[in-house]
Design a protein around this ligand. Structure first.
Ligand SMILES: Cc1cc2nc3c(=O)[nH]c(=O)nc-3n(C[C@H](O)[C@H](O)[C@H](O)COP(=O)(O)OP(=O)(O)OC[C@H]3O[C@@H](n4cnc5c(N)ncnc54)[C@H](O)[C@@H]3O)c2cc1C
Length: 449
């Protein structure tokens, strides 16, 4: 094992692994590496607890949280989410998709959490397992020294320069994409371009009974809405819109958020007595990916490598998953294990598989053909169960989803073809950023393959 003692003088700290970012990805990989005895330091530019978006978890994240030893703490702060309500003004109705109906029904629920609380639990757990956390410290630059240690230059809140010398660097900086900013190689997703406005509210009406904690996803003319209830009675509400719509804003963000709520009747009805808590937020054009996710003595986990639209609440799940797989890669590298190449290949394969699986659904989510399939009740050939498995986070080939998913995709293309003009028009509108308008409420016939 490499040096496990900390040699620290005025401005230089020696460690085995330096992790940039203490979000879910950074906390997870640092915990797993510290458990294996490595000397891990984490730099976090902010201080926990801090606001972050990404509050709806997926059922298949729970075993990973259990493995980290934090599940009982998450249970205390989270409200149970048994499924997702999908509301279509284009069909004049809604339906609830329950995780219990997924192919692998072993994970029938997840939690909605405030990220300030969730992220704090994860990083406190990392520190309890021996991780050295440096809050208020921003990583600025990595001096890569092939065949040797890397030097990471950072700055604290007072402007003091700090240097960390590490055998391995993990970029877990989220959408700041720290290493990509230095190395390049990041490109905006040409297939999907969107942005978001959101806030936390009190007084938002909930679904009744056991469904109280479910997420609601509501289509509307400029994109889609999320409504995510929290345990303390407050609610996260946000819209993911085409950037062309957001660029029409001439009023304050808060006013614009309320004006946008008024454009979507199902959301406006649930928010008739709602009040914004604190400020409104925006996240600009955001879907991107980097060409490679690792190199000599470094790798990227979570959003630092890629970010996809959050409609299926996949972000934290993908971050936890890539960090868990990434820990195997870093550990093998530090041990100079002959299995390093195998772990690295598997890490890449599974990270890309997860992103690819969700991306197919995301690119089509606002197409009329997709809405028609999602709103049609009943399932043959286990198509619905397979889609629910993906929505629950079972996206890495664990359950036999391949055949039913293939049939679902086939059904989608058939519906698209039978309603070609409508779907092409929607596709073109989407490309040009022109809003759709609900004129008539109409159902497509959904042929089964
Ligand atoms: C509008 C929107 C809605 C979303 N909704 C959901 C959802 O419902 N469910 C879901 O699962 N996901 C959702 N996501 C995605 C989710 O937010 C992310 O996928 C998730 O937070 C990724 O975790 P991470 O650890 O990779 O990055 P982050 O959580 O972003 O953590 C990165 C950390 O790195 C720190 N950092 C950055 N740069 C530096 C630096 N140079 N030096 C030191 N520290 C640095 C940051 O301060 C931050 O704490 C949503 C995202 C958006 C934009």
């Amino acid at each position: 094992m490499a040096a496990t003692s900390i040699q620290q003088n005025h401005d230089r700290t020696r460690c085995d692994v330096l992790v940039v970012g203490a979000g879910p990805a950074g906390s997870t990989i640092s915990t797993l590496l510290a458990e294996r005895g490595w000397n891990v330091h984490v730099l976090e530019k902010d201080r926990h607890p801090r606001f972050h978006i990404g509050e709806s978890l997926l059922p298949h994240s729970l075993p990973m949280l259990e493995r980290l030893g934090v599940l009982s703490e998450i249970e205390k702060i989270g409200i149970v989410k048994y499924g997702a309500e999908v509301v279509s003004p284009y069909h004049g109705r809604s339906r609830i998709l329950y995780f219990s109906k997924a192919l692998d029904g072993s994970q029938p629920f997840a939690y909605q959490v405030k990220r300030a609380e969730f992220d704090k639990i994860l990083i406190d757990n990392a520190v309890a397992k021996g991780v050295h956390l440096h809050e208020g410290v921003r990583a600025k630059h990595v001096e890569f020294r092939p065949g040797s240690t890397h030097m990471i230059h950072a700055q604290d809140e007072t402007g003091r320069s700090l240097t960390y010398e590490a055998d391995f660097v993990v970029d877990a900086s989220g959408r700041d994409t720290f290493l990509s900013s230095q190395l390049g190689g990041k490109s905006r997703n040409p297939h999907h371009n969107s942005a978001a406005i959101f806030g936390h509210f009190e007084g938002v009406r909930r679904l009744p009974g056991r469904d109280e904690g479910n997420i609601s996803i509501v289509w509307f003319d400029h994109g889609w809405w999320w409504i995510i209830p929290f345990k303390d009675g407050t609610t996260s509400v946000g819209a993911v819109c085409w950037p062309s719509y957001l660029s029409t804003r001439k009023v304050s963000l808060e006013r614009f958020l309320w004006d946008t709520i008024a454009l979507c009747q199902p959301v406006a009805e649930r928010m008739a007595n709602a009040k914004l808590i604190g400020q409104a937020y925006a996240a600009a054009n955001y879907s991107y990916r980097r060409t490679t996710m690792r190199g000599e003595g470094y790798l990227m986990v979570g959003d630092a490598f890629a970010f996809i639209d959050p409609v299926f609440s996949s972000g934290v799940h993908l971050a936890l998953n890539s960090a868990t797989l990434g820990a195997e890669v870093v550990d093998a590298y530090l041990r100079k294990s002959p299995d390093y190449a195998i772990h690295a290949k598997e890490f890449e394969r599974l990270v890309r598989l997860g992103i690819k699986t969700y991306s197919w659904f995301i690119y089509r989510f606002t197409q009329p053909a997709f809405r028609a399939l999602f709103m049609s009740e009943g399932s043959i050939f286990k198509m619905e169960e397979a889609v629910l498995s993906i929505l629950a986070g079972d996206a890495f080939g664990k359950s036999p989803t391949q055949v039913p998913l293939f049939l679902f995709k086939l059904a989608y293309y058939l519906v698209y073809l039978f309603n070609f003009r409508d779907n092409q028009a929607a596709y073109r509108r989407r490309r040009r950023g022109v809003p759709e308008t609900v004129t008539t409420v109409q159902d497509y016939a959904v042929p089964q393959p």
